[in-house]
Design a binder for this molecule. Sequence first.
Ligand code: UD1
Length: 432
Amino acid sequence: MEKIVIEGGYRLKGRVKISGAKNAALPIMTACLLTDEKCIIKNVPKVVDVATLSGILGELGAEVESGEQGRLVIKAASEGSSTAPYDMVRKMRASFCVLGPLLAQRRRAKVSLPGGCVIGLRPIDLHLKGLRALGARIDVEGGYVRAEAPQLKGARIYLGGPCGSSVTGTANVMMAAALARGTTIIECAACEPEIEDLANFLNKMGAKISGAGTPRLTIEGVDSLHGAEYEIIPDRIEAATYIIATSITKGEVTIEGARLEHLAAVMDKLSEIGIVLAGEDRRLKVISPAKFTSTDLVTLPYPGIPTDLQAQFTALLSLADGISVVTEKIFPDRFMHIAELNRLGARVRKEGPHAIITGVSGLSGAPVMASDLRASAALILAGLVARGKTVVNRIYHLDRGYERIEEKLSSLGAQISRIEDERGSSEEVIYA
Ligand code: UD1
C-alpha cells in the first residue's frame, strides 16, 4: 500500500490545469455500449476508476484503447456477455451504469447490486423504478439485478427520491430511453453538468434528448445509435479542490480550464469565507485572505454545493474565525473525515447530518487514514497547511478520482511525496 507524506506550511503558487471530469467520463464510457461503432472520447482523466471501468467494458466484449492526452477509443461488440459480476461492480458503484445500455442494446442485463459503502446507504430503487417504467422486467435475486425487455417503450417517469434525484439513476434511465420506442419524459431528473455532458454525447451518437441540465428531460427514442467523437467537460470537483488547496495555504494559483458556470454555488460560498476568485472563465486566479470567515453551508443537488466538496470545505472551515455549520443533505453519514481532521488538531463534531466546526488557529501534522475519495482530498488539504509532517494512509481512494494529484501539488510548491508502506498490507481494496 502506498501513502502520501506532506510537509505542511508551504504556500501554493503558479498554475494548475484541471483534468476531465471523472463523473462525466464514467457514464459516457458506458454509453459506448449502445453502439457497435467506434467512439472516441477525449479529455478522459487518467484515474483508477476509468481503468476499472475499462476492464468491465472489456469483460462485456468492448475493445478499449487508451491513448495520449486522455484519448479513449471504445468499440463495443454487437453481442457479448451482458453480465457485470460482483467482483467488478463492488469496486466502483458507477459501473452500475452499464445496466441501462446493456438492457437497451442487448435486451437483457445481469448486473451485481453495488452494495453500500463508507459514505452511507446507496440505494438503487430509482434506477429500477425508471427502467421498469420503460417496460423492463426486473428481478433482484442472489445479489444481482436481472433485467429483460424485448423492446423498451417510452414513458413519463418521476425520478425524485428523498434527497432529490439520482445522478447515475438519471444516466441509466436516459441511456435506456435513448433506444426505447416512443417518447420518454423524466421529471425530477438530475441537473448535474455531468448529466448534461452525457446527454450531449448521446445526441452526438444520434439520440434525441432535450432539456439536459433541467429537471425535465425529453427523450425521443431512436432505432439505433452510431459512433461519435466527444470531449469531456473539465472536472468541477477537482477545480474546487485546487481552489481550496490554494486558499488554505494562503497561496496564489491560477486554475486553468475550469468552467465558471459549473461553480456558481461554490464561488458564492468561497466569497463569504473571504476568498477572491478573479479572472475569467477557464483562467481563474485564486487570491486568499489573511483570515477566513466562518459560514454555514448545506450540500444539495446541482446547482447547490456538491456533497463531493463537503469534506474539503470542512477542512477549510476548520481554520476559519468562529463557528461554522456544514449540513450534509445528500449522504447524511458522509462524515468519516471528521475524526481524522480532528487528529490534525481541528475541532469538529458531528450532530446528525451536521458538522459543527469551531475554527482553530492552526493544525499540526499526524498520521491519518483516508476513508473515501473526497475525504482523502480533505486530509491532503489539511496536511498542506498543518505544521510538520502528515502521513495520509490508504491513498488508493485518492487515485480513483484525482489525476496525478501529488505531481500537480508539487508543481505548485507543495512538499508532498508518495511512498510505499514498508510494512506492506494485506488489506483488501474495496472502492466506494
Ligand atoms: C453521483 C456521483 C457521486 C456524488 C453523488 C451525489 C458519479 C459517478 N457519482 O453518485 O460522486 O457524490 O452523485 O452528487 O456520478 N438515491 C436514492 N435512490 C436511488 C439512488 C440514489 O434514494 O436509487 C439517493 C442517494 O441515497 C442519495 C441521493 O439519492 O441520497 C443522491 O445519490 P446519487 O445521485 O444516486 O449518487 P450516485 O449517482 O451514486
